[in-house]
Design a protein around this ligand. Structure first.
Ligand SMILES: [Zn+2]
Length: 104
C-alpha cells in the first residue's frame, strides 16, 4: 500500500494513494487522524482510517522521511480527528485555485 503526503489549506496530511475498502461493508474508508512519530532515528506515522458507514477503523504504521515527519508535525491537522467535510473543503479549494489558473 502506497501513501502520499499532500497539502490541504496549506497543511500537510498523509493518505493512501488508492481507495481502501471497509473490511465488513466495502464502503470507502476515510482518513480519521494521523500521528507523526519519532522513535530513535526512525520516523513513521500512525494513520487511522475509518468506515463512515459502520465505524470500523484500522491503523497503519507508515514509514516516512524526516522531512515528511517535520511537515506532518507542523500540520494543524496532525493528532486530531479529521472530519470528512474538512477534507472535502480542502479539495474544493484546491479545485477552485486550479480553475483560477485555467487548469479546468
Ligand atoms: Zn464498514
Amino acid at each position: 500500500m502506497e501513501w502520499i503526503i499532500r497539502e490541504v489549506n496549506g497543511n500537510a496530511i498523509i493518505e493512501p494513494t488508492e481507495d481502501k475498502e471497509c473490511h465488513f461493508c466495502k464502503t470507502k474508508l476515510i482518513l480519521h487522524d494521523f500521528y507523526p512519530q519519532k522513535s530513535y532515528n526512525f520516523f513513521h506515522a500512525d494513520v487511522h482510517l475509518k468506515c463512515p458507514e459502520c465505524s470500523w477503523w484500522v491503523t497503519f504504521g507508515v514509514p516516512i522521511s524526516e522531512a515528511d515527519f517535520n511537515k506532518l508535525s507542523r500540520s494543524k491537522y496532525a493528532k486530531k480527528p479529521l472530519t470528512h467535510e474538512l477534507l472535502e473543503l480542502g479539495l474544493k479549494q484546491v479545485e477552485k485555485r486550479l480553475k483560477t489558473f485555467g487548469y479546468w
